[in-house]
Design a protein around this ligand. Structure first.
Ligand SMILES: Nc1ncnc2c1ncn2[C@@H]1O[C@H](COP(=O)(O)OP(=O)(O)O)[C@@H](O)[C@H]1O
Ligand SMILES: [Mg+2]
Length: 511
């Protein structure tokens, strides 16, 4: 071990999966105490590289040095032993155990033969407090929100003396305020001499928190830059090979025909609270109607009521003139409703299935894919190959398991399925969340094309810039009600923000 050696040195790391060169002779040097960002579009090879570093995946070629010493990890335990810790994109905690039990798992402090619960809790509390993580060691994991679970994972790594923390897209699951909290924690860890590998594809995050940034594209290192000497524009170009293009504001809807009519729709939750309060609007053919709202202001209930996941307590919904207020979700699909859900893992896909079966999900009864009781295998797979090509889903083949896809590729898969279904109205809930810049532009173009075919889109997005760029009209929801309607061409983020936060009630706006 040499004193001046970098914390990590990767040389010539290469990893091939069937049909994909995921990592192509990657060199990476990470200095001790640095926050080093790894950026790249979905499928660029970031997770593969981090998994190799953490001993989860074996490289085909290449060397890893930790503080100058050549290492060969055959499992994560080896990597942990060398001072590495990883917080995965999906957390790996036991839901029914407490925070302390999860953190000390396999490193339990003992009192004689038994686990010393008090010592475990005290140890975890001390560690969490020293980095201002604000977690309660006694809390049960299943009761905790995502942002806290992430901090539990961080404490777990620290408890095992991690000098290096690998955070794989940690901000993808966080709300903006939680993200800022994570950055504070990252800076504290850095101040304490820990090294952080921060995987993201959000350039504002790279600029906000990193010291250096390594850009990957198609498994290769495109650049290794000092953050203070580069710009989001330059990084974006390196990531995608393209300049950032602004999405053109759409022309107004060409319709006039009302596809979706929602009248006095109400939703009451299990506790009897009104979550959606007499909401009325319509979506026209050739129109994108945007919904702007801060999370928890009734937009989820609206979507659930429209898709049939929750019953309406009052009012009516009609699609193409057909009343679907009481229809089952499957009947609504047949009536012409397509749906890109916010949580693609929960309702969008089945991780154990292949790409082709996920592309079919919900549409198995389409005559094109059926012969009597049997699926037409050839037609189904051909359809899958077409969609993979058309939607630029980066996978080995249509037989690849969906569980191995990166978030952006999974999103493209769900969008491909929903947009090619012969529906009239698409409900797109956060369609570009967790997706990188190149894929965002691609998905935006697809949404505009869909609208230009004379179909309608109800677009729910936390990204106001996205709503403003794509929508014809924007409705603002606040506390379960629609509180404002704007022509998207004549409003802006500041104005929407006032209504989204209830500012209009405080007298900040008149009229
Ligand atoms: N276990 C695996 N089996 C097959 N292909 C994989 C596997 N893991 C990743 N890939 C493929 O390798 C490429 C890089 O993926 P990944 O490292 O997850 O990218 P990123 O994290 O940058 O989005 C993608 O094309 C992905 O589909
Ligand atoms: Mg990844």
């Amino acid at each position: 071990m040499s004193v001046n050696a970098p914390e990590l040195e990767l040389r010539g790391i290469t990893k091939r999966f069937p049909g994909v060169l995921a990592n192509d002779r990657i060199d990476l040097t990470v200095k001790t105490g640095a926050i080093h960002a790894i950026v790249g579009e979905n499928g660029a090879g970031k997770t593969t590289l981090m998994s190799i570093l953490y001993g989860l995946v074996q490289p085909d070629q290449g060397e890893i040095r930790v503080r100058g010493e050549l290492v060969r990890f055959s499992s994560a335990l080896d990597a942990i032993g060398a001072g590495l810790g990883m917080v995965h994109q999906a957390f790996k905690l036991f839901p029914t155990l407490t925070v302390a039990e999860n953190v000390v798992y396999r490193n339990e402090p003992k009192k004689g033969w038994f686990i010393d619960r008090d010592a475990a809790e005290a140890g975890v509390r001390k560690l969490a407090d020293s980095f201002g993580l604000g977690i309660d060691p006694k809390a049960r994991v299943e009761d905790l929100p995502v942002g806290v679970l992430q901090r539990v994972e961080i404490v777990k790594a620290l408890y095992r003396d991690a000098r290096v923390l690998i955070l794989d897209e940690p901000t993808a699951v966080l709300a903006p305020q939680e993200r800022d909290g994570l950055f504070v924690i990252m800076r504290r860890l850095k101040a304490a001499g820990r090294t952080i590998l921060f995987v993201t594809h959000k350039l504002n995050e790279v600029m906000a928190v990193s010291d250096r940034v390594t850009v990957l594209r198609s498994g290769r290192v495109m650049a290794d830059l000092k953050t203070s000497e580069t710009s989001p524009k330059a990084i974006s170009k390196l990531m995608t090979g393209r300049d950032i293009e602004a999405v053109a504001r759409p022309s107004l809807g060409n319709g006039g025909e009302h596809l979706l009519r929602v009248n006095d729709l109400g939703v009451v939750d299990d506790a009897g609270l009104v979550r959606l309060d007499r909401v009325s609007f319509e979506v026209q053919a050739g129109e994108i109607l945007g919904i702007a709202a801060v999370a928890g202001n009734g937009q989820s209930e609206l979507i659930d009521a429209l898709t049939g996941l929750k019953p309406a307590s009052s009012g009516s919904i009609s699609l193409n003139g057909v009343d679907i207020t009481q229809a089952e979700p499957a009947q609504r699909r047949l009536a012409g409703l397509a749906y890109v859900p916010e949580d693609r893992h929960r309702v969008g896909t089945a991780a154990g299935g292949e790409v082709w079966s996920n592309l079919l999900m919900g549409y198995q009864r389409t005559p094109k894919f059926r012969r009597g009781r049997w699926l037409r295998g050839t037609a189904v797979k051909e359809h899958a190959r077409e969609l993979i090509a058309q939607y630029d889903v980066r996978v080995g083949s249509e037989n690849t398991l969906v569980g191995t896809l990166s978030g952006g590729n999974l999103q493209k898969l769900v969008v491909a399925r929903e947009m090619t279904h012969p529906a009239e109205l698409l409900i797109a809930d956060q369609p570009t969340r967790g997706v990188d810049i190149g894929a965002i532009q691609f998905l935006h173009r697809r949404l505009l094309e869909y609208r230009d075919q004379g179909r309608g889109i109800l677009l729910i997005s936390a990204e106001l810039s996205e709503l403003l760029a794509l929508s014809n009209r924007i409705l603002v929801m606040y506390e379960g009600r629609i509180v404002a309607e704007f022509d998207a061409a004549s409003t802006d983020e500041a104005e929407l923000g006032i209504y989204m936060t209830g500012g209009h009630l405080a007298g900040a706006v008149h009229g």
